[in-house]
Design a binder for this molecule. Structure first.
Ligand code: ADP
Length: 508
């Protein structure tokens, strides 16, 4: 291949020399009165096609010398006249041609160098890059029009890969990039990738020059890869004949994120169970109370039946009370089971008022046992929030239990806990204020994992509460009260959903 090129160059050089000599002979020996020497520009052009800068300069110098030589041979000794003018015109033409050829050569060199740089980046890049020809689809799609499913599928089927680097081959589970070039990616599409293609086509039709998308491809081995795509059109668009696609493999990151989310969910669950463990006595009381009531009603019923003239109405009354109380007990058990169950986070409409009531049902006995006076305000008529009912209840339970525990050293007659709620159109604010020991040092330190001042504490409660609230788009902060104790403030966004969800009714 290299030899062929060298041979071509040599032949081209010889032909140029022959043409130059022929022009000289014509110029020096023929009686033609035209500016024959202008033809040396052809020789310069011939040489410029295959040879470097030096040879172009040498050829134009030789052309000028031959032109001058021919003038001396045929017009030497004559006074200056039109032949001398013709020579001058020819010399200028040769010089201008040489200059233009050299400029063109420099531009071509620049382009080759920049193409080589592009090739190096393209091949050596650690991320997958491929160049696709979408011109077939481009010619049928109308700018400004939303493409339908058939049009998008046609784009996928006609988009041929002009080039792809090694990283692209690895991404699709191939060993050789040649397996991609000249074909389409249809075999690697997942439903997600098809949807992504639709969005990319729409964006290109809108005229977006750069498009970022996250999607999933199938590999040759049948596994899937999650990728972030960047699609670009070269300046001018070029009829979509060179759509450049870069793909960053996110599979590992997504897997790690999923694992992290799972560990967080497990930790949240463990923390909830720990809190429930602390409330065991309260919970037992909540269940025992209706059971004791059921026993009382059952005994009364028996007594009414044992009479000589059994009073059917009274017995029915007792049975009715038993049913109602049993339902209440069942409700308590359901609620506790909901709290204990490990379930994926839900997004549902939650009304905070009934949820606070349900939480206080579990804590009331604990607070009473410690002589804590409870003050509630603003719980009625709250707008709904959107999130996981069990997780929000977990936050309430933690904050209320912490407040109760912070008041262990407070004189019994001063133990008071207030829970105030207020809201505007966008936010619900819930403040839990106690008269306990308060916070020594920076309140933010309390939210660090494993920070605890309790002998049996785990120190995970507040850290988990904050991450739950943040996942719900809210904030949780702590501060000392001017008159002693601490206040924990939760801010949650009000949901924009319409209040039709049956979950709101279940919120308590
Ligand atoms: P734990 O209850 O297991 O210690 P938390 O994360 O719930 O874990 O609480 C961390 C620490 O924050 C507690 O040990 C306590 O020192 C402090 N703290 C929490 N709530 C209050 C409060 N209401 N007043 C003062 N200190 C508090």
């Amino acid at each position: 291949m290299l030899e062929g090129r060298a041979l071509r160059r040599r032949l081209n050089g010889a032909a140029a020399l022959a043409v130059a000599l022929a022009i000289f002979a014509l110029d020096a020996l023929s009686p033609l009165q035209g500016a024959v020497a202008v033809l040396y520009t052809l020789v310069v052009l011939m040489v410029a096609r295959n040879h470097d800068r030096q040879l172009v300069l040498a050829t134009s110098g030789l052309g000028a010398l031959l032109a001058a030589g021919a003038y001396v041979v045929s017009h030497g000794g004559e006074p200056f006249g039109s032949p001398a003018m013709r020579l001058a015109v020819s010399l200028v033409a040769i010089a201008v041609t040489a200059w233009l050829c050299l400029r063109n050569q420099a531009a071509v060199q620049d382009r080759l160098r920049s193409e080589a740089r592009y090739r190096t980046i393209f091949s050596a890049a650690g991320i997958a890059i491929w160049e696709t020809d979408w011109s077939a689809a481009h010619s049928v799609l109308r700018r400004g029009q939303e493409p339908d499913a058939a049009a998008i599928s046609r784009v996928g089927q006609t988009a041929v890969l002009r080039d792809a680097n090694d990283a692209a081959a690895r991404l699709f589970g191939l060993t050789d990039r040649a397996a991609l070039i000249g074909g389409t990616l249809v075999a690697y599409y997942t439903p997600a990738a098809e949807a992504t293609l639709g969005r990319i086509v729409s964006a290109l039709l809108r005229g977006d020059p750069v498009i970022d998308e996250e999607t999933r491809f199938r590999t040759a081995a049948g596994t899937t890869v999650d990728v972030v795509l960047r699609v670009t059109l070269p300046p001018g668009g070029d009829g979509w004949s060179r759509v450049l696609v870069m793909a960053l493999d996110m599979t590992e990151r997504n897997r790690a994120q999923a694992k992290l989310a799972q560990s967080q969910a497990e930790l949240t669950h463990v923390s909830r169970i720990t809190t429930l463990g602390q409330l065991a006595a309260s919970i037992a009381h909540e269940v025992n109370q209706p059971l004791a009531a059921i026993l009382t009603f059952a005994n009364s019923g028996k007594r009414w039946l044992a009479r000589e003239a059994p009073d059917a109405a009274e017995v029915a009354d007792c049975l009715g009370n038993i049913a109602t109380t049993a339902t209440r007990a069942a409700d308590v058990i359901t609620r506790i089971r909901d709290l204990a169950r490990r379930a994926d986070p839900k997004r549902e409409r939650v009304i905070l008022g009934p949820l606070v009531d349900a939480t206080l049902d579990l804590l009331r006995r604990e607070l009473q046992a410690h002589g804590v006076a409870l003050h509630l305000s603003g719980l009625d008529g709250l707008p709904p929030i959107y999130g996981d009912r069990v997780q929000i209840q977990q936050v309430l339970m933690n904050l209320l239990l912490n407040a109760d525990q912070a008041m262990i050293a407070t004189p019994a007659d001063q133990r008071s806990l207030s829970l105030e709620v207020w809201h505007d159109a966008e936010t619900i604010v819930l403040a839990i204020r106690d008269r306990g020991v308060g916070i020594a040092g920076n309140p933010e330190a309390l939210f660090a994992p494993f920070f605890t001042t309790k002998v049996t504490g785990l120190g995970m409660g507040l850290s988990i509460c904050r991450s739950i609230i943040e996942q719900h788009g809210g904030t949780l902060v702590a501060a000392n009260n001017a008159d002693g104790g601490a206040t924990f403030t939760v801010r949650l966004p009000v949901t924009q959903e319409t209040p039709s969800d049956h979950d709101s009714a279940r919120a308590g």
